[in-house]
Ligand binder design. Structure first.
Ligand code: BGC
Ligand code: MN
Length: 349
């Protein structure tokens, strides 16, 4: 303590003065102590807040219900029964959890992707029933939020216009729902292993790598047909499929060329899981003009596809939600492929 000089008259006076001085000296100490307490309190509050925030973050993690990347219920190899076509009513009974229109989403987690499966179709009822019976359980096990769409060609036009149907399907589907990606699926292909995932991928994906018809080998490196997967935005960038291919052959090769020109790299799952059985059917009519069309693909793809659908003579007759799929009926007017081809040749001369 510092020495204090005091001038006193009486003893009492002295005592009083001494007390006052002591108190006066204590005051700064008290103030300091109060500051210390205040700082401590602030620290404690901050710590508490920090702890609270981190516990909330953990809680958030607990309630993050995104479905796992590797769905736990996948079986690997899938039994493919080609012997008997199931009755659609029975298939329906097996899938009471599928919403009318062919929609399903995992009940216990939020799917990572919203996927539309587009199936162009005509005259293959038996194949369609087998396909539906086969695909729904697989898509469910893969924990996808999905919808199955069958795009059926109507009218007397003898040729099947697959690319046009895909473009019409894509456009119609997006009018009512949003999807992250699209699977373009031949109706006659049945997946043999559910580890071949139909979930969205950042690059275009060729899924039907190994088909029994080709002895489970890829016939050629550029093949992009059968079952493919594209994000909605990639499909738009590519301007969809060409509308000009009909019958058998070429439409998928044209899509490969579009991908090539847009420098979009194709990925493929391992051929040990990307296995398919193809249901047998009569050979569809060959398109005699497929090679000449392919030659002009590069000059055409900017104005032949999604962006000139309005010029294609077709009509969406009905969109109907059946239990296991949404049916899009498309009337395709009779057309002469020679005329179509000539049109193409002229426009690119
Ligand atoms: C055709 C394609 C077909 C492929 C495999 C090619 O010659 O042009 O459309 O997907 O063969 O069958
Ligand atoms: Mn086929």
């Amino acid at each position: 303590m510092r020495h204090v000089r005091l001038y006193v008259n009486t003893r009492q006076d002295l005592l009083l003065r001494t007390r006052c001085v002591k108190t006066a000296m204590l005051l700064p100490r008290l103030k300091r102590r109060r500051w210390k307490t205040l700082i401590l309190q602030v620290f404690a509050t901050l710590l508490l807040l920090l702890l609270l925030a981190s516990s909330l973050r953990w809680k958030d993690r607990d309630v993050d219900d995104t479905c796992p990347v590797d769905p736990p219920n996948l079986t690997g190899p899938v039994n493919v029964n080609l012997q008997e076509a199931p009755v659609l009513g029975d298939v329906s009974m097996d899938h009471l959890d599928v919403t009318f229109g062919g929609y399903w989403r995992p009940p216990n987690c939020t799917a990572r992707h919203k996927v539309a499966v587009l199936v162009p179709y005509r005259d293959r009822r038996e194949h369609l029933h087998i396909f539906l019976n086969h695909i729904h359980p697989i898509l469910k096990r893969q924990l996808l939020d999905y919808g199955v769409y069958v795009i059926e060609q109507y009218g007397d036009e003898p040729m099947f216009w697959k690319g046009l149907l895909y473009n019409v399907g894509f456009t119609e589907v997006l009018k009512n729902r949003s999807y992250d990606c699209f699977v373009f699926h031949d109706v006659d292909l049945l997946l043999e292993d559910d580890r071949n995932k139909y979930s969205c991928s950042s690059s275009p994906r060729h899924l039907s790598v190994a088909i029994d018809k080709f002895n489970y080998t890829l016939p050629y490196k550029q093949l992009f047909g059968g079952v493919t997967l594209l994000s909605a935005s990639h499909y738009q960038t590519l301007n969809g499929y060409s509308n000009l291919y009909c019958g058998w052959g070429g439409a998928d090769d044209d899509m490969y060329l579009r991908l090539f020109h847009k420098k979009l790299k194709i990925t493929r799952p391992d051929k040990t899981v990307a296995r398919y059985k193809m249901m047998r059917h009569d050979q569809t009519k060959l398109n005699p003009y497929r090679f000449s069309l392919l030659k002009t693909s590069q000059d055409r793809y900017g104005h032949d596809g999604l962006n000139n659908l309005h010029d294609m003579d077709y009509q969406v007759v009905s969109v109907h939600q059946y239990h296991l799929y949404t049916h899009i009926a498309v009337f395709v007017a009779t057309r002469k492929i020679q005329a179509t081809n000539r049109l193409v040749t002229n426009s690119t001369d």
